[in-house]
Each structure stands twice: as structure tokens, then as C-alpha cells.
Design a binder for this molecule. Structure first.
Ligand code: ADP
Ligand code: MG
Length: 611
């Protein structure tokens, strides 16, 4: 008996849908891209309940005939390509003809559409790939899709959806990518009755400002236009001045009007800033690349945002050179306006000599800060330690240990182990304000002070989050934290944890907060707004090395900021001993939470080999 049979279309569609439609944001992406492809100049997007209950996309595009409207839901139904050759000359968004079939397989879909010039339109209702209604009707010109109850027939996938905040953030992120790629189209995005974006059609600069201008004050002053016209690629867009670089900046690449993620080209951008920005920062950038579609590996996977370029290396250097050039110009005339678009023609291998570099931004810190001042509640003096003991136990096992699970970290105050004995004062020496050298058990130890504090505060913050035990210091003048709608969603996910470590935060307007108190751990030279932004950026990046829990990301970010704000040139012997004791008592004295070495040990043998 034969056992192979073809899957019914509805099943095949569900399988395909697993790839194309992962969440409400993917439905929005596909529908809106179709509207753009249909030549719409005005697109309205409405979602409710983070897209779970309903998503509507209404366009004024060319509409569909009754037959096309029905065919559109068949798999591999597309008006955009007819043969394999077309794959290599593609300028539209979608082309696999899979999106609508996939959406219809996993949701209840209704479409109303009328072609330009026709008197009547069509309405079709489809549920789990079955057409339940098709009629002629009077409707507006263009197309209106309504997608209800995504994954209604796949309870497991529906359950898999993240919190409303997260799904909403995904929607906003997806919409940002599309609206930036099509600044000439007018868009409105609604969350129920609340309007999130109201974007009239305009140019690229206006679009950037209307999305990011609110958050980054006067973004137009901080952006430099960049362009290059070469045989391989036509580059245009805007990059931030070195001062505008930060841990959390908008970063967008588009190729042939579609968003792409390109870590390699992102490095090219960073490289152009050379030593003008710090290693952790990235400048904001909005860069369009126009290439011959035949030289890129087109969207073989529908949800992939990575794209392969035939001339990757050359484009890499074109990006770097174009940006250096733009920054050089900026430096000569710092008042240069965002509008200035001097087109420069850069050959592939143009030397960069002579391009002036803007000066390095300075870093400020408070040298008078005393981390041991009694006023700080977390710093009850750490009485003492039997170091040799702690050293034997914890340091000698050289390998990085697993990060302890939250519940395994020191309960109560991680900085104060119970088994305190008499201080065992050891001679230590500070080198360059950064390294602490001491001799222990026949070994010479060199401790990176900043990293040691990073570890100590990390442990401390983790225990604060789990015990809700952070204390607060009131600030004299509240800080204003203004967020973009997507960061606002993200923020609400971490708000409780922030409060647990001592932040006092109150809502202040639609997407803004007032910070009225900061964790007592914070020194004066830490800007809470900056650190929170850094944190949001880190969470968004998603690929953090340390344990993936939100708590460790939060603790890590703050611990790092506090540690690096704590450069203390005048550490007394006692203070050094406190640091050493706290470090040895920590959950992992050898490595920082993100895996960097804290202690270098040189044993006798190694030492004698050097003489
Ligand atoms: P693809 O976009 O890859 O062609 P889709 O499944 O997304 O596949 O869409 C199938 C077809 O339906 C499109 O090729 C297009 O002809 C038609 N279509 C979809 N959405 C619209 C719209 N908003 N306006 C006009 N035509 C549309
Ligand atoms: Mg499509």
C-alpha cells in the first residue's frame, strides 16, 4: 500500500504560516508591504489588544478585482513575479505569494477591496483557509484588510505570544522600519483609539524627525547627511555626530527601500567614527543603499532581514569612506545643517588621508566621591574576612563558574557574609587607579578594581531585585525620562524591577516619566536617564551573554555604570581591604557577570621565570 500522500492545502498553509506569520507584527508587516506595493499613498493601521484581537490595514492603493481578491489567498499567488528570472530584478516588497495564504490559515480574515474606476467592490471572508463569504459590495476605493483572532485555531501558538507590551513593541518596531523606508507615503498607526504615529508623506529627514525627534531633542542638529554615488552602490541618508552616539541609538539600514539588518555594515559605520566615540557607543544612522537587485540575494526567507551582497567588501569601504567624509565636513563647519546634501562621488578605494577628525568627547567623573562614606546605606562597613580561606575556596578554582541562579545568590545583603572574622590587613598597592596588586598564598594577584566593583554591585543588585530591598535617595531636581512608544512598552516591563533597586518613578505625560529618586547606590556623577536608556538598548539587543534573565541584564547594566563611576584615586588601605573582602565574598570573584576576568594570578613559578 502506498503511504505517501499530499497534505491538504489548509495544512500546507498552516505549515508555511509558521514561517511567515510569527506574531501580530508579522501580519502588519505583510499587509502594509502589500499596500505599499499596490501603490497606496495613504495607509492606516489599527490594532487592538496588541494585535491579538484585531488588526486592520486600510489603503488607497489600486485594489483588486473580484477574481484577484479570491486568488490572492492561494499559496504562490502573486501578481509580482511570473518566472524565476523575475526573482533577480525585484523591486517590490513581497513576491512569494505566501503572505495572504499564511495569514488566512491562522486567523479570521476579511477583505474589502475596490479597484480604481470600478463602481463596486468585493468582500471576502476567510477563516482557517476556508472561504466563508464572497460578495459584491459597495466599499471605498483601495483595500481594507481585517485580521481577527490570530492563531485562533492554533492554541499553542496563541499561547506562545508574548505579553501585550512585547507584542506591541514588535508592532511599533516593524512599523518604524516600513515607514522609514517609504517616507513619501502617509501613515497613521492606531492602538485602538490612540494614535501612535501620524505621519504625513514627506522626505526622509522629515520622517526621521517625526519618529525620533521627540526623544532625541532636536535630532536634526545632531545629524549629518551622507551620500555617495558609485557604480556598485548609491548611498544616501543621515548619520549622527560623534556627540550623539550612545548605547541606544536608532540604527537603520535600507536596501532598495526595504529594511535590512546588517551587522557587518553596522561595523563599517562604527569604524568610520574611529576614535571619536567610545567603544560601547554606536552613532545613530539611517542609511539607504541602492544596488542592482541582481547583486543581492533577495529575500529568500520571507521573515529574514539579513541580506547578502555580492560586493560586500567594497560596499563596506564605501560606507566607511562616505561617513568619514561627511563627518570631516561636519567638523569644518559644525553648524552645517541637516539639509545640506553635498553629493560626493567616492571611488571605491579613495584614500582617507586628510579627513579631519572631530575631537574626542571628554568623560567626566567626580574624583572626590568616596565610596565608603557612611551616609550610603549599602556601605555599612564590611567588617572583615578570613581572606586566605575565601581565597582558597573561591579564587583558586580558576574556571568561570556558572552564574548562580537568582535564588542561589547570597540572601540578604550580598556584601556582608556572615562568617566575619578579624580584619586580615594585607599590603596592597594600587596601580594607575585601576589595578590592585597584592600577594596571597604565594601568588601575586592583580585585581581590576572597576570589574571587581562591577561584580560586587551586580550581586548586590540581584539580591535587591529578588528581595525588593533597594533603598532610595531623593533627587533635588527630578530627571525627565522621555521615551518612544516602543521603549515605553519595554519600560513598563522593567518598571517594577527598577523600583525594587531603589528608583522612584512617576508617570509624567503620555510616554514620559519623572525620576524622583535614584538607587542609593548611585553616585552623583551617574545620569539615571542615560543608564536607563543604556538598559533599554541592551534589552532590545537581546543577545546578551550573561544569563538571559531580565534581572541579570538590569543588574549588570547598573552595576557597570556604578563601577565605572567609582574611580577613586585615594583609596585607603582599609578601603582596599574592604573591596578585596567583598570581592572574595561575592558569588564569582574571578569573572564579571559578562564574563570578563577580574583577577590575574601570577604564581611563583611564573614569576621566577620572568627573572
Ligand atoms: P505577494 O505580496 O508576495 O505577491 P501576498 O500573499 O502578500 O503575496 O499577496 C498576494 C497578491 O495579492 C499580491 O501579489 C497582490 O496582487 C494582491 N494584493 C495583496 N494585498 C493587496 C492590496 N492591499 N492591494 C492590492 N493588491 C493586493
Ligand atoms: Mg505580500
Amino acid at each position: 500500500m502506498d503511504i505517501i500522500h499530499l497534505l491538504p492545502d489548509s495544512v500546507a498553509n498552516q505549515i508555511a504560516a509558521g514561517e511567515v506569520i510569527q506574531r501580530p507584527a508579522s501580519v502588519i508587516k505583510e499587509l502594509v508591504e502589500n499596500s505599499v506595493d499596490a501603490g497606496a499613498t495613504d495607509i492606516k493601521i489599527i490594532f487592538t489588544d496588541a494585535g491579538r484581537t484585531s488588526i486592520q490595514v486600510i489603503d488607497n492603493g489600486k485594489g483588486m478585482s473580484p477574481t484577484d481578491a479570491r486568488l490572492a489567498f492561494e499559496r504562490h499567488a502573486t501578481s509580482k513575479i511570473s518566472g524565476a528570472a523575475d526573482l533577480f530584478a525585484l523591486h517590490t516588497m513581497g513576491f512569494r505569494g505566501e503572505a495572504l495564504a499564511s495569514i488566512a490559515a491562522v486567523a479570521q480574515v476579511e477583505v474589502h477591496t475596490r479597484m480604481k474606476g470600478e463602481e463596486l467592490g468585493t468582500v471576502i471572508e476567510i477563516e482557517a483557509s476556508k472561504v466563508v463569504r464572497q460578495e459584491i459590495e459597495q466599499c471605498a476605493e483601495g483595500t481594507r484588510f481585517i485580521v481577527k483572532n490570530i492563531f485562533f485555531n492554533l492554541p499553542a501558538r496563541r499561547k506562545f505570544l508574548k505579553s501585550n507590551d512585547t507584542e506591541r513593541r514588535n508592532i511599533i518596531q516593524e512599523v518604524q522600519r516600513i515607514v522609514l523606508a517609504h517616507p513619501n507615503v502617509s501613515f497613521r498607526l492606531f492602538d485602538g483609539n490612540d494614535i501612535i504615529y501620524d505621519l504625513p508623506g514627506g522626505n526622509f529627514k522629515q520622517r526621521i524627525v517625526s519618529i525620533f525627534g521627540k526623544k532625541t531633542r532636536d535630532i536634526s542638529r545632531q545629524m549629518v547627511s551622507v551620500s555617495a554615488d558609485t557604480i556598485l552602490v548609491k548611498l544616501s541618508g543621515y548619520v549622527g555626530t560623534p556627540e550623539s552616539a550612545g548605547a541606544k541609538t536608532p540604527q537603520f539600514f535600507f536596501v532598495n527601500n526595504r529594511y535590512m539588518n546588517h551587522p557587518y555594515f553596522r561595523k563599517a559605520v562604527i569604524q568610520a567614527y574611529d576614535r571619536m566615540i567610545s567603544a560601547e557607543d554606536v552613532p545613530p544612522f539611517f542609511i539607504n543603499l541602492e544596488v542592482d537587485p541582481a547583486t543581492i540575494d533577495v529575500n529568500i526567507h520571507p521573515t529574514k532581514t539579513e541580506i547578502k551582497f555580492e560586493n560586500e567588501r567594497e560596499i563596506w569601504s564605501i560606507i566607511t569612506i562616505a561617513i568619514k567624509e561627511a563627518l570631516g565636513k561636519f567638523n569644518i563647519a559644525p553648524s552645517i545643517d541637516f539639509d545640506t546634501t553635498g553629493n560626493i562621488d567616492i571611488p571605491v578605494a579613495r584614500p582617507t588621508a586628510g579627513v579631519e577628525k572631530p575631537e574626542m568627547p571628554g568623560i567626566t567623573f567626580d574624583p572626590t566621591y568616596n565610596p565608603f562614606s557612611e551616609s550610603r546605606s549599602y556601605n555599612k562597613p564590611y567588617v572583615s574576612h578570613n581572606w586566605q580561606d575565601l581565597y582558597e575556596k573561591s579564587i583558586k578554582s580558576e574556571k568561570p563558574r556558572q552564574e548562580p541562579a537568582l535564588w542561589q545568590t547570597h540572601q540578604g545583603n550580598a556584601l556582608e557574609p556572615e562568617n566575619s572574622t578579624n580584619p586580615d590587613l594585607t599590603e596592597s598597592l594600587i596601580h594607575k587607579n585601576r589595578y590592585l596588586c597584592l600577594s596571597m598564598s604565594n601568588n601575586l594577584l592583580i585585581i581590576d578594581i572597576v570589574r571587581a566593583w562591577h561584580r560586587i554591585y551586580y550581586d548586590n543588585l540581584i539580591s535587591m531585585i529578588s528581595n525588593n530591598s533597594g533603598s532610595t535617595q531623593k533627587v533635588l531636581f527630578p530627571y525627565l525620562l522621555e521615551l518612544t512608544p516602543d521603549d515605553f512598552c519595554l519600560f513598563s516591563e522593567i518598571e517594577l524591577d527598577l523600583k525594587a533597586i531603589g528608583f522612584e518613578i512617576t508617570a509624567f505625560g503620555k510616554y514620559a516619566f519623572q525620576i524622583e529618586g535614584t538607587p542609593a547606590l548611585f553616585t552623583e556623577n551617574i545620569d539615571p536617564v542615560e543608564v536607563i536608556n543604556k538598559l533599554l538598548a541592551k534589552i532590545k539587543e537581546g543577545n546578551i551573554d550573561i544569563k538571559n534573565s531580565l534581572h541579570s541584564i538590569i543588574a549588570d547594566t547598573f552595576a557597570k555604570s556604578i563601577a565605572s563611576a567609582k574611580v577613586d584615586p585615594g583609596m585607603s588601605a582599609k578601603e582596599r581591604n574592604i573591596l578585596i573582602g567583598k570581592l572574595f565574598a561575592s558569588s564569582n570573584p574571578n569573572y564579571t557577570p559578562d564574563g570578563k576576568k577580574i583577577i590575574e594570578q601570577i604564581d611563583e613559578e611564573e614569576l621566577s621565570r620572568r627573572f
